[in-house]
Write a protein that binds this ligand. Structure first.
Ligand SMILES: CC(C)c1onc(-c2c(Cl)cccc2Cl)c1COc1ccc2cc(-c3cccc(C(=O)O)c3)sc2c1
Length: 232
């Protein structure tokens, strides 16, 4: 059927897409993935640097989500801490699946495989990466899905859940319309996207164990990651 976007929805789409495009890990950071040391320690350090940079990018992106800065400040922190891992799974999935410059994708995959992550977590992680790749999301859908993940009302310690719900509902409605617009042949596409959010929660639980079981001896995370992941 004909998809109609309200002026508010058009504005919301523009703001979120522009913010998503604007806030990316800088090239001089991601190009470090191409350096030629591939030891477990080196891979762990590089991925730590990527994650740290990604968190900084995520905070800047989140500040651009309409209504986010009007939420209670402690709730803003609770939403960021609660969604950081999931947003980073989405971002690393998009990095692995987008046509990165030749060799980047294999290099990133290789470093994740050989960074001291227990085998039991590698499998679900790469199944997720594959399932995201199969969706062939357009950029707007990626930006909206990341926003929906951040605006999840039932994160731990969120006090005013209805306020978060109201923001998330606007973005969900917009994503539903975008899915019909970009995937007219797949009426179930929107439902498939939301299914990825469920998988993200599972991965987030795995991740907490991953941090604990990291085999890299005396692995050190950066202060920002320790803060956002409540480690050390
Ligand atoms: C501390 C570190 C060892 C760690 O612990 N758990 C995880 C993790 C792993 Cl393994 C997998 C999923 C989620 C997490 Cl959180 C990580 C590494 O997390 C990251 C986080 C973001 C990104 C973005 C990238 C990336 C590359 C090229 C291009 C782009 C791009 O956006 O263009 C992005 S790589 C990368 C690595």
């Amino acid at each position: 059927e004909k998809i109609e976007f309200t002026t508010e929805q058009q504005a919301l789409m523009r703001v979120i897409t522009d913010a998503y495009n604007k806030h990316q890990i800088p090239q001089d950071v991601t190009k470090k993935l191409l350096q030629d040391q591939y030891s477990t320690e080196e891979n762990f350090l590089l991925l730590t640097e990527m994650a740290t940079s990604q968190v900084q990018v995520l905070v800047e992106f989140t500040k651009n989500i309409p209504g986010f800065l009007s939420l209670d400040r402690e709730d803003q922190i609770a939403l960021l801490k609660g969604s950081a891992v999931e947003a980073m799974f989405l971002r690393s999935a998009q990095a692995l699946n987008k046509k990165m410059p030749i060799g980047h994708t294999e290099v990133l995959e290789e470093r994740i495989h050989k960074s001291g992550i227990s085998e039991e977590f590698i499998k679900p992680m790469f199944n997720f990466y594959k399932s995201i790749g199969e969706l062939h999301m357009v950029l707007e859908e990626q930006a909206l899905l990341t926003t929906i993940t951040i605006l999840t009302p039932d994160r731990p310690y969120v006090k005013d859940q209805p306020a978060v719900e109201r923001l998330q509902e606007n973005v969900l409605d917009l994503l539903r319309k975008m899915c019909v617009l970009h995937h007219p042949q797949e009426p179930q596409y929107f439902a498939r996207l939301l299914g990825r959010l469920t998988e993200l929660r599972t991965l987030s639980h795995y991740h907490a164990e991953m941090l604990a079981s990291w085999k890299v001896n005396n692995h050190k995370f950066t202060p920002l990651l320790c803060e956002i992941w409540d480690v050390q």
